[in-house]
Ligand binder design. Sequence first.
Ligand code: SF4
Length: 155
Amino acid sequence: MIKPIRKLINWARIKSPWIIHFNTGACNACDIEIVAALTPVYDLERFGALQKGTPRHADVLLCSGPVTRNLKDRLNRIYDQMPEPKFVVAVGTCACSGGVFDGCYNMLSGIDEMIPVDAYIPGCPASPDAIIDGVTKLLKAHEAKEEKALKEKSK
Ligand code: SF4
């Protein structure tokens, strides 16, 4: 891809990440915190983030909860439907490691057992400010990586 176009696409992606949220088996408390992060009190939208209803339009997948056996296939399908580059954020201790549900007969552990995870936000539940911090830091890290790759390509 031509350098200025790639730069422009990266800039747009960082300035306006489109987000999809999926509960893989959370108790709902982490979901309430995600909703709080997205709605006006904490307002993740001030960073340009926009919640989407389909994985085909999303850059960032926010997952809450450990992965239950019956949601494993759906999680994989959602991840596969997202366009590259895609980012996965595990929200809450359960999503990071299985948390209090680890070892239960109907659970398969944390998100990273199924799909690659780019950022982990622990907490039971994870707080809205930690979620915003995690998403913005993840995008900054991606921006730095892309800039480095562009610089190396132009050498
Ligand atoms: S981390 Fe805590 S609040 Fe979040 S899904 Fe697990 S038990 Fe619920």
